[in-house]
Design a binder for this molecule. Structure first.
Ligand code: PMP
Length: 367
C-alpha cells in the first residue's frame, strides 16, 4: 500500500495473501534495507549472530504476550508454509495411530484431509462440500472416530470465507487448527488445543515462515521417516535454527508484531476486524440482491469476505473500476470466481470505508 498521507492516490490492497503490510512496516523496511547491523543488510546477516538471536527471542516473546500463549506450549518458526503442516501434523502427531479426524469446511481443510491420506486413514468427521462450503456442518451431525489421534480443522477458510464462531468441541483428543488467515484477529483459549499453525503472509508478515504453537507434551513422537526440518522436536531443540533460517521473514515478522502491539491486544484486533467486516456485509445485505454473500450468516468470515454480483460481466466491470480507483486485488480465488475482500489487521478502516462507498455507488449506477 502507498502511504495515505502522500500525494499519490492511496492504494488499498485487498489481496488474500501475500497481503498488505502496514505502511509503517514498509517504511521501516525501506530505511533498514542497506544497513541493519554494522553496515550489513538484514538479508546478509547470519542466523547465528547474537544480534539476530536476540531478535528471534524478542519475536517469540511478543507473540507469546500478544496471544497469551501458556508455558506448556513451544513456539516454533518453520519453513514450507502452511501446506507443509498438512504433512507435518500427521507425521509428528499420529504417534502410531492409523487414524486422525478431519473436519472439512472449505478448500484448505479439504487439502489438509487429502494430504493426510499419505500418512494415515483420515476420518471425515463432517464436510460441507455438498453445500459448496457455504457453512459449517451442524455439530449434531459430526461423527468422530474412536481412535483418531487428533481433530484437525481450519478456523477460517480463506477462499470460501467461512469461519468457526467458536472452536469445535472435542473430547479425548486435541484440537489442531490451521489459523493461517485469522491468527491475531481474536483471543485464543488454548485449553483444548494441541497445536495451532499459521503461515505468515496474511497477518504476520511475508511468505517464508510459519508459526507453529504446539503443546510440549506432544513433542518427540514423530514418525521415524520425518525429515528433521519437519520434526517439531528437532525444531524445538534447535530453537528453529536447524538449518539456515529465513532471516528477512523473521525480521518482517518482528516489525509486524511490534506494529500489532501498538494497535492494542487481541480484543482490540477482534473489534477492528468486526467493524471492518460489518461495513462490507451491511452493504451486501442492504443491497437489492445486487451483492450476494454465499455464506450462511453465522459462519461468515471476519477476514475474508467473498461476494458475487448479478453477472460475470458486472463482476469484471466492478473489478476494473475498483482497480482504477486504487482498490486492488478484489478478485475471488480462481476456484470460486466472483469477488473477495480480505480485511486483515494491516487493512486500514479508511480502505474498507472507501470500498463500501464504491460498492454502494456501483450498485446505484449499474444496479
Ligand atoms: N491454509 C489456509 C487457511 C490458507 O489460506 C493457505 C494459503 N492461502 C494455506 C493453508 C496454505 O498456505 P501456504 O501457501 O503458506 O502453504
Amino acid at each position: 500500500m502507498t502511504d495515505p498521507k502522500s500525494n499519490k492516490q492511496p492504494i488499498y490492497n485487498f489481496g488474500a495473501g501475500p497481503a498488505c503490510l502496514p505502511v509503517d512496516v514498509l517504511e521501516q523496511i525501506r530505511d533498514d534495507i542497506p544497513d541493519w547491523y554494522e553496515g550489513m543488510s538484514i538479508m546478509e546477516i547470519s542466523h547465528r549472530l547474537p544480534v539476530f538471536m536476540e531478535l528471534t527471542q524478542s519475536i517469540e516473546q511478543d507473540l507469546r504476550s500478544l496471544l497469551t500463549i501458556p508455558d506448556e506450549f513451544a513456539v516454533l518458526f518453520m519453513h514450507g508454509g502452511a501446506r507443509t503442516q498438512f504433512s507435518a501434523v500427521p507425521l509428528n502427531l499420529l504417534n502410531g495411530s492409523k487414524v486422525a479426524d478431519y473436519l472439512v469446511t472449505g478448500h484448505w481443510s479439504d487439502l489438509a484431509y487429502q494430504d493426510a491420506q499419505r500418512y494415515c486413514q483420515p476420518h471425515l468427521v463432517a464436510s460441507s462440500k455438498e453445500e459448496h462450503y457455504t457453512k459449517i456442518p451442524e455439530e449434531k451431525e459430526w461423527n468422530f472416530s474412536k481412535q483418531g489421534a487428533y481433530l484437525h480443522y481450519t478456523d477460517n477458510e480463506t477462499i470460501h470465507g467461512v469461519e468457526f464462531p467458536h472452536p469445535p468441541k472435542v473430547k479425548d483428543k486435541w484440537l489442531i487448527s490451521d489459523m493461517t488467515s485469522n491468527i491475531l484477529t481474536k483471543p485464543i483459549d488454548f485449553s483444548s488445543y494441541g497445536l495451532i499453525y499459521a503461515s505468515a503472509q496474511k497477518n504476520l508478515g511475508i511468505a517464508g515462515i510459519t508459526v507453529v504453537i504446539v503443546r510440549k507434551e506432544l513433542l518427540g513422537k514423530e514418525h521415524p521417516f520425518t525429515p528433521p526440518t519437519m520434526s517439531y522436536a528437532f525444531c524445538e531443540k534447535t530453537q528453529s535454527m536447524g538449518n539456515t533460517s529465513p532471516v528477512f521473514c523473521w525480521y518482517v515478522l518482528g516489525l509486524v508484531l511490534k506494529w500489532v502491539k501498538k494497535q492494542g491486544n487481541c480484543e482490540t484486533l477482534a473489534n477492528a476486524c468486526k467493524q471492518k467486516s460489518t461495513l462490507i456485509y451491511d452493504v451486501i445485505d442492504n443491497s437489492n440482491n445486487f451483492y450476494i454473500s454465499p455464506v450462511v450468516k453465522e459462519y461468515r468470515s471476519r477476514v475474508n469476505v467473498p461476494f458475487r454480483l448479478p453477472s460475470a460481466e458486472l463482476e469484471t466491470l466492478f473489478l476494473n473500476e475498483a482497480n482504477a480507483i486504487g482498490l486492488k486485488q478484489l478478485k475471488g480465488h480462481k476456484t470460486v470466481g466472483g469477488c473477495r475482500a480480505s480485511l486483515y489487521n494491516a487493512m486500514p478502516l479508511e480502505g474498507v470505508e472507501k470500498l463500501a462507498e464504491f460498492m454502494k455507488e456501483f450498485e446505484k449506477t449499474r444496479g
